[in-house]
Ligand binder design. Structure first.
Ligand code: 5AD
Ligand code: SF4
Length: 439
């Protein structure tokens, strides 16, 4: 038998890419590939890319440039590019960087085993189709190896919202929800393999409307059914759109004990004018009202958001509306970005805000969000929460896990507790984590 080939994967961007990377590793596993953490040892290097902002694509090209040295040292090494840059640029990647052997989009990676054969024959392989067949069905049998306690499970892909800044509707295509039975089957398999927490993923996960036994199910229905799986302790979902935050999902936050009190609900801007120009489909007042309804049922929910500053047409007054929204809502976690032009999207054609102005606004916004994030973390000190322990910490005898609000928590505990949910009292707030003690 030939020795296993080594696969090195580097993942950029969102959690859906993390999930896709796992599934691509499994698909290539059928061709004898095993994952390695040493790029220079690899027989294949796979970059799973993100196209959401300009720099991400540029980062990929510079990473390829940097990796070229490995190819020089080991000429038989193969290079693959997957993800949304692969989808958007296709064969151009090979033109710009001829050492790349394989380009595969996010909707066609179930074909990787065949593509691996082709590159073994010395051919180039490019597939950026949106095929009819369901890639998850083609990839159905996940290997039975033990898994880390927290896992991602993609339930919905693509987006029909067409925010005017965003490439996702073009790179990931139209919105598609996976059928309920397939998701539940995958969830049960994950639990059998040691998973205690499942994070349901989708570009617009709360728009989920997958085929169920009696018509289409909502995300809330799916979550409630999933909550009946014995051994599954926690459920999360991300990313949501304010427009799809229906009452049944809000209710689930109030009465489904396994659904964790954390919600990523991007608002992007606090200015009605900019929200409209972004095609977000709601006003700031509607966002406030929505947050109030959610907090009424779950006061301890930690809210997370995404923000874009310097969107075309954003004035200082518009930006101050965003600052004011942040002040009023209070975010325990947030991601904020300077607007970046994406070719082919409507906003790319509009008059742009000066780069220095964008940088200055981003700094002010991040200072405010950072303060709120720290305050939310500090407020945990003295409180009790549950923690799902995921792995050993750096200090001997310490484990690291996540609280209900998704704060990282360290605590002294026996490593047999990895994979279990325990009650913990928080005793200290550090820079990016909490220290707790078992109760
Ligand atoms: N420029 C800046 N940020 C963007 N995002 C999406 N597209 C762009 C863009 N063109 C941000 C949004 C989104 C997150 C995933 O990335 O805030 O919610
Ligand atoms: Fe992009 Fe808007 Fe769709 Fe989110 S909702 S993926 S930001 S188009």
């Amino acid at each position: 038998m030939s020795a296993p080939k080594k696969l090195f994967i580097k993942t950029y961007g969102c959690q859906m890419n993390v999930y896709d990377s796992e599934r691509m590793a499994e698909a290539l596993g059928t061709k004898g590939y095993e994952q390695t953490t040493d790029a220079d040892q690899a027989d294949m290097i796979l970059l799973n890319t993100c196209h959401i902002r300009e720099k991400a694509a540029e980062k990929m090209y510079s990473e390829l440039g940097r990796l070229k040295q490995f190819k020089l040292a080991k000429p038989e090494m193969k290079f693959a590019v997957a993800g949304c840059v692969a989808q958007a640029e296709g064969g151009e990647i090979i033109e710009r960087q001829p050492m790349v052997d394989l380009v595969v989009g996010p909707q066609s990676y179930h074909r990787l085993p065949k593509m691996a054969d082709a590159i073994d024959r010395g051919e180039k392989a490019i597939d950026t189709d949106f095929p009819e067949e369901d890639k998850f069905e083609e990839l159905k049998d996940r290997p039975k190896a033990r898994r880390a306690p927290s896992a991602f499970l993609t339930v919905q892909e693509g987006c029909d919202k067409f925010c005017t800044f965003c490439v996702v509707p073009y790179t990931r295509g139209a919105e598609v929800s996976r059928p309920v039975d397939r998701i539940l089957r995958e969830a049960r398999e994950l639990v059998e393999r040691g998973v205690a927490e499942i994070n349901l993923l989708g570009q617009n996960v709360n728009a989920y409307h997958g085929e169920g036994p009696d018509g289409d199910w909502t995300l809330a229905q799916l979550i409630r059914e999933m909550a009946t799986i014995e051994g599954l302790e926690r459920i999360r979902f991300t990313t949501s759109h304010p427009r799809d935050m229906e009452q049944d999902l809000i209710d689930a936050h109030g009465d489904c004990a396994k659904l964790m009190p954390y919600l990523h609900l991007p608002v992007q801007s606090g200015s009605d004018k900019i929200l409209k120009a972004m095609n977000r489909g709601h006003t700031r007042e509607e966002y406030f009202a929505l947050i109030k309804r959610i907090r009424d049922v779950r006061p301890d929910l930690l809210l997370s958001g995404d923000f874009i500053v310097g969107f075309p047409g954003e004035t200082e007054e518009d930006f101050m509306d965003t600052m004011d929204l942040v002040e009023q809502v209070g975010f325990g976690q947030a991601y904020s970005f300077k607007y970046s032009t994406r070719p082919g999207t409507p906003a790319a054609e509009r008059a742009q805000v000066d780069e220095d102005v964008k940088s200055e606004r981003l700094q002010r916004l991040q200072a405010l969000l950072g303060k709120q994030q720290k305050a939310a973390q500090d407020a945990m000190v003295g409180r009790e929460t549950t923690v799902l322990f995921e792995k050993q910490g750096r200090d001997p005898g310490q484990l690291i896990g996540k609280s209900e609000n998704l704060h990282a928590v360290h605590a002294f505990a026996d490593k047999s507790l990895i994979g279990t949910v325990r009650r913990v009292r928080v005793i200290k707030s550090l820079t990016n984590s909490l220290t707790g003690e078992l109760i």
